[in-house]
Design a protein around this ligand. Structure first.
Ligand SMILES: [Zn+2]
Length: 177
């Protein structure tokens, strides 16, 4: 990235879902390859490519939906083990697996409500590198113990993930929301 170059937030990007277009997954770009199928629409990663099979390759909405569904499935598969790891890391706080909800949010990466034991992660996190997802997951999990960003919260985060600031800076720089 050049100095002063602005990165467009994902939700401001307009995708055409055509072969050759680049889409992100876990911090890497993959080149979309759209194919026709009579079966259920699907998406898969193959090498550097993201293979999408849909019934009508000319239908933009159908392709958008296929990719959105795939991202949601991947998000659950990727986020749950990361949350489990955060719980192990923070074992001394005896945290429990919260109810995970995955939403597309425009202004935050995650949030949690300690009372209802619900943790919300932004669907867009499926596009960022794993270390950044780990940071957000741990940050939100610590909120179950320390609801605000007070001294207790900061010292817990600093102890459990000494490089959290680099992860946060990377996220803010390369994945603005
Ligand atoms: Zn927070």
């Amino acid at each position: 990235m050049f100095k002063g170059q602005k990165i467009t937030p994902e939700h401001n990007k307009v995708y055409r879902y055509e072969t050759g277009e680049r889409h992100k997954y876990l911090g890497h770009f993959y080149t979309l390859s759209v194919m026709q199928t009579t079966a259920e629409p699907s998406v898969r990663i193959q090498g550097e490519n993201m293979i999408m099979e849909v019934n009508d390759p000319g239908n933009r909405k159908q392709k958008e939906l296929a990719l959105d569904m795939w991202y949601r499935e991947q998000a659950r598969e990727v986020f749950v083990p990361i949350l489990a790891e955060a719980i192990v890391k923070a074992a001394k706080y005896c945290l429990q697996m919260p109810q995970l909800r995955i939403y597309r949010m425009l202004d935050r990466w995650g949030s949690c409500s300690p009372k209802s034991k619900i943790l919300i992660l932004n669907l867009e996190l499926i596009k960022v590198p794993v270390p950044c997802i780990e940071y957000i997951a741990l940050h939100e999990m610590i909120h179950f113990k320390y609801p605000s960003h007070d001294f207790g919260f900061n010292s817990a985060l600093g102890n459990l993930m000494p490089d959290w600031k680099q992860r946060e800076d990377f996220l803010n720089t390369y994945y603005p929301i």
